[in-house]
Design a protein around this ligand. Structure first.
Ligand code: PLP
Length: 395
């Protein structure tokens, strides 16, 4: 392999770049996970992650990718044959539904056009129609990573309550957590699913379930078979800082450090930084005369922006040119929108100059790939950043 000078721009919507501070924290010797030193790390990790979910209830940590935590969420509270209401926000919502079907759960899918987050009114209508309360859970993807649309979780909660329906609220915030606001307790979420490799700025490898007292109680009697994913095996031993099986020790070192960094910046500043960078990115896309995939105002993601290619032009070719000439990785279109869109990740450990560099890479690649566009998008993004104060930085 030949050396490529300069830093690679990892601008996919997760995994996101890992800050040096986190890498250093992780490069420590492995310790005895049943020894006294570990308990301190375990307790710190569990306390820290609760502050990010904004919950005083339980959070469990699995050594797995987010998909494992998806499965854990379903198998702990549901029984085979249960009906659940899911919303087609995009590729990841569709994958979660497919998983539910494989597990013998019966999802009802509210069809979406992949250009917006979930519509709370539609959820309310479906729940009102379910007069027998057969639907056991409403499952929504908070930040749909395949499209760049955010679902209004507080509105979904209100919809469930307005319908007077007892269904659990289950939320995938794998790519939302620590980048866009998420409030587990305040929004009355029952189970939230997340992963390490997005807003938490860690490598892939650990995943999370935040669990309400109601969901935890239900898991004692729910009918689905499970073993590795069983919350009940976790929560007891977690109170002492230990895990029922070998935890991902070095990921936990990184987790504590990353969460310290998020709090040093201030969570509200972190969220505002993401919104500001997303707005600058959308301004660039529009100045290029290209279309942002998310067309519902207020649902645009702070995590990533998906860009629609002009008819007859390949998003994958554009991404290949971007990587080859400018050493930048952009996100691909997934399943239904493969080759039709590309995604610009602007999450995690990035600042104004990272974003401007990334957008420059896109603009240059549009030229290289012969994609019809207006030049000057980067300048428009720069003007937006110059005119919009950065959160948490004194003028
Ligand atoms: N859900 C969402 C919203 C995601 O973005 C992803 C991964 O990108 C997943 C689920 C699956 O997570 P993992 O790839 O970590 O298993």
């Amino acid at each position: 392999m030949t050396h490529v000078a300069g830093r690679h721009f990892l601008q996919i919507p997760g995994p996101s770049p890992v800050p040096d501070r986190v890498l250093r924290a992780m490069s420590a010797q492995v310790i005895d996970h049943r020894g006294p030193e570990f308990a301190d790390l375990g307790l710190k990790s569990l306390k820290s992650i609760k502050s990010i979910f904004k919950t005083a209830q339980d959070v469990v940590i699995f050594p797995s990718s987010g998909t494992g935590a998806w499965e854990a969420a379903l198998v702990n509270v549901l029984s085979e044959g249960d009906r659940v209401l899911m919303y087609e926000t995009g590729h990841f919502a569709s994958l979660w539904k497919k998983m539910a079907e494989k597990l013998g759960i019966r999802p009802e899918f509210i069809v979406g056009d992949w250009r917006a987050g979930a519509d709370a009114d539609q959820i309310e209508q479906h729940l009102r129609a379910d007069t027998g309360h057969e639907i056991k859970a409403v499952c929504v993807v908070h930040n749909e990573t395949s499209t760049g649309a955010v679902s209004p979780i507080a509105d979904v909660r209100r919809a469930i309550d307005a319908a007077g329906h007892p269904a659990l609220l289950m939320v995938d915030t794998i790519s939302g957590l620590a980048s866009v606001d998420f409030r587990f307790d305040e929004w009355g979420v029952d189970v939230a699913v997340s992963g390490s490799q997005k807003g938490l700025m860690l490598p892939p490898g650990i995943s999370f379930n935040a669990v309400s007292a109601k969901a935890l109680e239900l898991s004692k009697t729910s009918g689905m078979r499970r073993s590795y994913w069983d919350w009940q095996d976790m929560v007891g031993i977690n109170t002492k800082g230990y895990f029922p099986y070998t935890p991902a020790t070095n990921m936990l070192y990184g987790l504590v450090e990353a969460i310290d960094m998020l709090h040093e910046e201030g969570l509200d500043n972190v969220f505002a930084r993401h919104q500001r960078h997303a707005a600058a990115t959308r301004a660039a896309v529009r100045a290029w005369n290209l279309e942002v995939l998310c067309n519902r105002q207020g649902h645009e993601s702070g995590v990533l922006t998906a860009v629609v290619m002009p008819q007859g032009h390949s998003a994958d070719n554009l991404r290949a040119e971007a990587l080859k000439h400018y050493n930048i990785s952009l996100g691909s279109g997934l399943s239904k929108v493969a080759d039709k869109i590309f995604r610009i990740g602007h999450l995690g450990d990035i600042n104004d100059l990272t974003l401007i560099g990334a957008l420059s890479g896109v603009e240059l690649a549009l030229g290289k790939a012969g994609v019809p566009h207006a030049t000057g998008g980067v300048g428009v993004a720069m003007k937006y950043l110059a005119d919009t104060p950065a959160p948490g930085i004194a003028a």
